[in-house]
Design a protein around this ligand. Structure first.
Ligand SMILES: Nc1ncnc2c1ncn2[C@@H]1O[C@H](COP(=O)(O)OP(=O)(O)O)[C@@H](O)[C@H]1O
Ligand SMILES: [Mg+2]
Length: 274
């Protein structure tokens, strides 16, 4: 999405990019991160910001990025370091903490910048059962960071707490990755219910079947009345690459998962790489 904005220093109207917000959601292990990795590979864009909200931090691995080696902290680790530093120096207060962390994220301490994409990971829970602080901070930083990218893609953890807590701002495209279990299909209603309850808006609600669907179970998705984009075919190479820690950006072009995601993106109106 582009908006015109007045550039006061130059006294003229300039063109500014405002990121399109894309979210991949679904139950645990359905293939959300795999979808995000292949989305990143095939969408025709050179400025994608990826936000990994899952504490398992698998997205970086799938993209062949070693955040530690790149000298990048997760948001939770950076927050922890600030808290420890504040304790040492005797400083307290929430406001300076969030300001400081926001500054660190934007400054690059937590932000990996590659060629086509940039990546931030929320990281592990700070204290057992709660990573509210890191959530809050990432929530406040997303809209600001989004201004620098054409697409902002959020890889969600299992469950809908992030929707509940409204970490993601209003969404353009919400991709729901489903498996054929009954619970997963109930998930469709649940997402809509939660989103409505907390007033999250989305422009498009897209269903994607995962590799466990077959022709027969796929019929259900066609009959939901929602926009069904197709399924991601089973691909042994995805498993093998994940096990070996190989980047999914190197999957063969004609691998079943690559071809499926490309088709799905095109159906959703995205321009893809040839
Ligand atoms: N198209 C596919 N074919 C075969 N295995 C897949 C496919 N997509 C994902 N997987 C496997 O399923 C597991 C979960 O995938 P992942 O993308 O990490 O799910 P999530 O992010 O939803 O937890 C991984 O072991 C991955 O290798
Ligand atoms: Mg994941």
């Amino acid at each position: 999405m582009f908006i015109y904005q007045k550039d006061f220093s130059q006294g003229k109207i300039g063109l500014r990019i405002v990121g399109k917000i894309i979210v991949s959601t679904g139950r645990g292990g359905t293939g959300k991160s795999t979808f995000v990795a292949l989305f990143t590979r095939y969408v025709d864009s050179h400025s994608i910001l990826l936000i990994d909200l899952d504490p398992d931090e698998s997205l970086a691995d799938m993209l062949g990025v070693d955040m530690g080696k790149e000298g990048k902290k997760t948001v939770s680790d950076a927050l922890y370091d600030i808290i420890e530093e504040n304790k040492r120096s005797g400083q307290t207060g929430h406001k300076p903490l969030s300001d400081l962390l926001g500054h660190m994220i934007k400054g690059g301490d937590c932000l990996y910048k590659g060629g086509k994409f940039a990546l931030i990971s929320l990281g592990k829970k700070l204290t057992v059962g709660c990573y509210c602080d890191a959530d809050d901070i990432i929530k406040s930083v997303i809209p600001e960071l989004a201004q620098d990218y054409e697409e902002v893609v959020v890889d969600s953890p299992a469950g809908l707490e992030h929707l509940n807590r409204k970490i993601t701002p209003d969404i353009d495209d919400l991709f729901v990755i489903l498996d054929p279990s009954e619970k997963s299909t109930k998930h469709i209603e649940r997402i809509k219910y939660v989103a409505k309850g907390v007033k999250i808006s989305y422009k498009h609600f897209y269903l994607v079947g995962n590799y466990r669907f077959n022709e027969q179970t796929e019929e259900y998705l066609r009959d939901t009345g929602e926009t069904y984009l197709g399924k991601i075919d089973y691909d042994p190479a995805v498993r093998e690459y994940n096990l070996k820690g190989k980047s999914l950006l190197e999957l063969p072009e004609n691998s079943p998962a690559s071809l499926s995601v490309k088709k799905i993106l095109e159906k959703a109106g995205y321009k893809t790489n040839v």
